[in-house]
Each structure stands twice: as structure tokens, then as C-alpha cells.
Design a protein around this ligand. Sequence first.
Ligand code: TRP
Length: 351
Amino acid sequence: MKNIILTGDRPTGNLHIGHYVGSVRTRLAIQEKGGYDKFYIMIADTQALTDNSKNVDKVTNNVIQVVIDYLSAGLDPDKVCIFIQSQVPELFEITSYFMNLVSVARLKRNPTIKEEIKLRGFENTIPAGFLCYPISQAADILAFGANIIPVGGDQLPMIEQTREIANVFNSTYGEVFTLPNAVLPDIKACERLPGTDGKLKMSKSVGNCIYLKDDEATVKQKIMSAYTDPNHIKVSDPGKIQGNVVFTYLDAFCKDEHFKKYLPEYKNLDELKAHYKKGGLGDVKVKLFLNNIMQELLTPIRERRKELEKNIDKIYEMLFKNAAIASKEAQKTLENMKKNMGINYKKFIGQ
Ligand code: TRP
């Protein structure tokens, strides 16, 4: 079987460290390991419009931002095919056929959709396009025959629904699709990194994210003011690890080598945690350690970004070229679908 990887992001803002550990890092690992047949990364502008219909500029302006974030993080356009969703119209034709195979009740039961409806206060005003975006996401995946989908934990219900749609299509019209599998980050803390304020999700509007493009001083300031344990007041107080953002970030980013380099009194994160729990370890020390780790990761990303920003036209050209490649692939799938469904009018005139 072929290994076809596909994943994507909505272009509603720059990527932050939650995206990094939730998906970008996995993508980099896949890219380095190689051995796949195709690797697509889609900038889901059309999906972003489902809840930003009045903010088209926000979406279109952020496309290039997200692509620069990818490239500066190390994704290589010679190894991955990055393209813009709206430039592959076949995806929406595929979506139309899938729409008939899913009930509205099923869409409303999708846990991610449910949560997002609440978050956006949509209740009685859910845009139809928004409710249906899991169907369009199924089209994104199935159009390319993708079987490996590296995503964060919040996307699991989407992959589940994609599998259901593939199954219903196959059993209704005959086999076209293979079932995709989600690949989650292997560290639990990375599935959904909390915001610096300890809130469940990093969100631009709340202002609790550390962005890949943040400058050195901003990163440090955000780390130094991050939420820890409100009852850990004096250094001698015992501290809590659970819900402590600084330790959650360490779970996501810290490796044993970092101790040798920046905090040699401890061997590893377990030792540091044990000391914090017992009391006698201050927040500032832990935060400065985290800051060192984050700067080590983010400095080269920031520098590459500066270079990439000098040649935006070249990046757009790459995107347009890739859209044509993706479009060709999706056309093949669409033809197979229509053949199985019996949508072919030339047969009536003997062709
Ligand atoms: N829903 C994803 C997100 O919000 C973006 C996305 C669109 C996607 N299509 C996809 C992810 C296909 C994986 C596969 O981040």
C-alpha cells in the first residue's frame, strides 16, 4: 500500500508553539524519515471562511504567514507539497457528493463541532458551511487517497467522520477509498498545549500564545508571566505540577540534553519535578530554564523567517504550482467516484 500523508491548518493567524508540538514537529519527523509516496500540506482557507465569512482579508492575508511559518520551521517544499485549498476546486465537487451521505444530526454530534459552536456562540445561527466543514475535510483527505493524517487530538472526530464517509461511499457505490488513520503526537502534553495563562486552548483573541515568530524578548516575557501554581508563593512552599503551564511546556519541549546544557544540577525532568513538589525550587529558576529551551528552538526559526520574507513571490509561485499538481490528483479521484456512481452522460449517446 502507498503511504500518502495529508494534513492542514486554517490560516487564521500565525502558528504558535501549540501548533509546533501538536503537528509541525510530527511533520518534520516524517519529512526527515522519508519513505512516503506523497506528503501534502493544505492551507485550509475555505474551511477558515466557514466561520470568518466577514473577514475574508484576515484569512487570505494569513495564508502566506502560515506558509512562512512552515518553511521557517524546516518544512522543505522539495519534500512536501504545500497548497491552498481554494485553488483545488475539485475538493468542493467531491464535498457535494459526500454531503448526501451524512445526516445533519451526525454533524451536530461531532464533538469538535459541538465545542466550536458553543465557543463561537452560534447556537441558532450556525452557518451551514460551518456545520458541514467535517464533510469538506473528508474530501480534503479522501481526494488524495491519504491514509496517514498527522493531527492534534482535537481533529480525531474529523478523521473518524472521514472514515465513516469513506465507508458509506464504498458500500453505496463500490470501493473507491481506503480508510485514513490519524497520527497523534506521541507525548500527551502535545495533543493540546494550554495557553500561557493556563487556559485549555491557545487562542489569538485571548492573547495567551507564544508564536513561532515572536522575538526573543517577547518569548521571555510571556514565559516569565506564565501561569504556574498560585499556591506556590514562597520558594520553600511545595508546588503543584498538574495544571502548571511551565511544567506542561517542559513535558512538551524538554529533553535530557537540555539539563546538561542549562541546568546541570538536575539529571532530568523527573528530578526537577520531584524537587518542585517537595518545595525549595522557585518558579523563576524553572521559567528561565524553559526560556533557554524555547529560545534554542525559536531563534533559528526566527532567522529563517527573515530570509524567507525577502522573497514572497517565490513562495506564492510554489503554492500555485502545487495547486495544479493537487488538482490533477483530485480530478482522478473525482472521475473514479463519478464512474462508480454512474454519473456519465456520454453513455447515453453511445460514448
Ligand atoms: N481542521 C483542521 C484544523 O482546524 C485543518 C484541516 C483542514 C485539516 N483539512 C484538513 C487537517 C485535512 C487534516 C486533514 O486545524
